[in-house]
Design a protein around this ligand. Sequence first.
Ligand code: GDP
Length: 481
Amino acid sequence: FSDFAFEARIAAQSLADSLGGLARPTLRLGVTGLSRSGKTVFITALVHALLRGARLPVFRAYAQGRIRKVTLEHQPDDAVPRFAYEEHLAALSGPDRRWPESTSRIAELRVVIEYESATSWRSGPRTLTLDIVDYPGEWLLDLSLLDKSYAEWAAEAVAACRSPGRLEGSQPFLDALAALDPFKPAGEDAARRLSELFRQALKAARVEPLSFSALPPGRFLMPGDLEGSPALTFSPLDLPPGAEPPAGSLAATMARRYEAYRSHVVRPFFRDHFARLDRQIVLVDAMAALNAGPAAVSDLEKALDDVLLSFRTGRNTMLSSLLSPRIDRVLFAATKADHLHHTSHDRLEKVLALLVDRARRRAEGLGARADVVAIASIRATREAQVRQGRDELAAIVGTPLAGEVIGGERFDGTAEAAVFPGELPEDAAKALAEAGVADYGLRFVRFRPPSVATGPDGQAGVLPHIRLDRTLEYLLGDRLT
Ligand code: GDP
């Protein structure tokens, strides 16, 4: 359908949202980040802190005792799965203390916050409805496909497969391409085989342990509900520039499926979810990237840049930008800061600030505020001083996951260990430049979630965190005054 119709639908949706918002102030908060960046843990911790309380001195509405009541309500969008908060919390706080199942598709949760206004407390309680929308960051990369024809995308994707870093993993796909004539008719089997080989090439391009690919289509690796669906059986082809594929040819079939993917997958996601967000937090596992080396760092930087580019694509549509002054704050958060001693938390923030510098300026150019923070949604470690010979060394202590090996010792998931976490350098540029080369001692031990006391009602009590309160203040604070 036409761009105008598409924009008109976005505009109608945002008008409906605004009218609904007049009756009841609502904030739609997007939580995204690449696979394993910590989205599920973050949302679970945030909701738990609101529902059950936590130590949140910087979150003013809470610290001033103005939050009266927080409840979970039915979400507005019936077609979207609910974020499985209770299940995730049970995994974290149950007897075997497991990290919850990670995000693989979109999910939503509605939290209603009743609060006392800071300025006019006599006027009685007010209500803010917070709709949290959790979605894989990989899907944002797809927004770049909105204004690319099949031929343009295919040329780019094939060139990327041939680039030095990806050539080896893409070879089976490239060999299959070379053996086919794209202008001859081809059966379903050939299309399916090619798309599977292309998916394997994307998969091979992922830089462990970040496990994402900076190449769209996002659903090839993070299919969500489209797992095994025919919407994903296409691939790029090696086409001569300007060629017109004859009807019924393999190239025509692939182009048609690409169009179907754009109109049935990418556009609806953009229109129904992304374009309706008011605020966005982007979670980043910066330490995993630093540990993995320069390729991982530059891939991460590129992916973050693309993610931010999608915010602009989101606003470029003229009608929608006139009618919906959407996303006004973006927060980039480096997660899992509990793997570092607190002296390095500010340094981790600086590293992230540098990584997202371009992206951040772009967001600000669009009239959105952007900031960075280093957090641990759930703190799995505590700090301690450990004596080694004459020296007192700063260590972090936690329970390593079963199977983790530290200094030759294999852990079974029950014993605690003290780890010297190492330090990030003061100079963030140096940290990035030396990623994977210098040993900052960022040893990556994975810890189990902390054990938490249960309240009198049998539910998990307060969860420890790092800077979750600062995050809440930035994302919600001004809406609770
Ligand atoms: P998602 O794919 O973005 O939903 O990522 P998850 O929220 O499932 O997190 C992936 C993994 O990162 C978890 O299984 C944990 O091992 C780890 N993780 C996430 N958040 C934290 C945190 O705050 N502290 C620690 N120590 N580990 C975390």
